[in-house]
Design a protein around this ligand. Structure first.
Ligand code: AMP
Ligand code: MN
Ligand code: MN
Ligand code: MN
Length: 283
């Protein structure tokens, strides 16, 4: 029987989610997910636990990660699926790309202190599950819990984003390197939530073109951060560029995420699902 309810994008405490890999597997199974992937930011430390928990629930599993990339001065996320989670090149690449997060977090806290929000580094650290992976999400949780903002979307409107206090520009991996780590480990590179980037049409075309050139093969069409109109738009882009299509909630936390695991429309027809291309990588 073919798979419909695949959810190939979510986060655990190993990056900026609030649930453990085991809790996510249980939630995915309860929500009727048939094929699951845990895609922590720049980190694959949760893969063994996720795969084991998936197996315990009778869930099919693909290894996953979401790599932070800098392209045309914007941060772009590239999901990797179905790679060997012990591949040395992949492990080294991800470790390098995570490396700048500590210093960045201290700078973010310094800026927040200047606008009257002291001790944000220590505060954010309270929400961090993995010290190597301190992210803006952890600062956002601190700013909500301390009453500075009412929710995380207000945080990202007023703080931590370009032009606002707490924004520290950061150079992540190159597009070429990220795709190379993933593909050399036997996996598939997928452009995450393309509608989220503030690109002109020309810049977006360049992203998709270069992505293909470097060996990228998939794009997220149905994701928690796309509107129905954007599903249609990126289904068209997938066909135009000959890319396989992915589907994933980008679930982070029961209290914060609008889209729960597995609770998304199915992929539009006439697209090749990434899980068909990755059939022999499914565990
Ligand atoms: P970082 O990798 O440290 O730059 O943090 C990026 C993370 O912040 C993303 O993966 C999201 O989880 C979160 N994020 C970014 N922008 C928003 C937003 N507008 N609303 C909610 N969460 C956001
Ligand atoms: Mn995140
Ligand atoms: Mn993302
Ligand atoms: Mn994500």
């Amino acid at each position: 029987m073919s798979i419909l309810n695949a959810d190939l994008h979510c986060h655990s405490v190993v990056s900026d989610g609030t649930l453990t890999p085991e809790e996510l597997a249980a939630r995915a199974a309860a929500n009727g997910v048939e094929l699951w992937s845990l895609t922590d930011h720049d980190e694959i430390g949760g893969q063994q636990r996720a795969a084991a928990a998936a197996r315990a629930h009778g869930l099919k599993y693909l290894t996953g990660t979401e790599v932070s990339v800098t392209f045309a001065d914007e941060t772009v996320h590239i999901v990797g699926l179905g790679f060997d989670a012990n591949h040395p090149g992949m492990l080294r690449g991800l470790m390098e790309t995570r490396g700048g997060r500590g210093a960045r977090a201290h700078e973010m806290a310094g800026q927040l202190a200047q606008v009257g929000i002291p001790d944000a580094y220590k505060g954010a650290l309270r929400y961090v599950g993995n010290p190597a992976l301190i992210s803006r999400t952890h600062f956002a949780r601190f700013l909500v819990e301390t009453g500075v903002c009412k929710d995380t979307s207000e945080v990202f409107r007023k703080y931590l984003t370009e032009g606002n206090p707490g924004y520290v520009p950061h150079r992540w991996a190159s597009l070429k390197a990220a795709i190379q780590w993933i593909t050399s480990a036997g996996g598939m590179a997928v452009i995450a939530h393309p509608a989220r980037y503030k690109f002109t049409a020309n810049e977006e075309f360049a992203l998709f073109s270069e992505f293909k050139t470097h060996g990228g093969r998939g794009v997220e069409v149905v994701t928690g951060s796309h509107t129905a109109a954007e599903y249609v738009k990126y289904a068209e882009t997938a066909r135009e560029f000959g890319l396989a299509a992915s589907r994933g909630s980008d679930f982070h936390s029961p209290g914060e995420s609008h889209t729960d695991l597995g609770q998304l429309p199915y992929l539009p027809g006439e697209l090749t699902p990434v899980w068909e291309v990755l059939a022999d990588r499914i565990q």
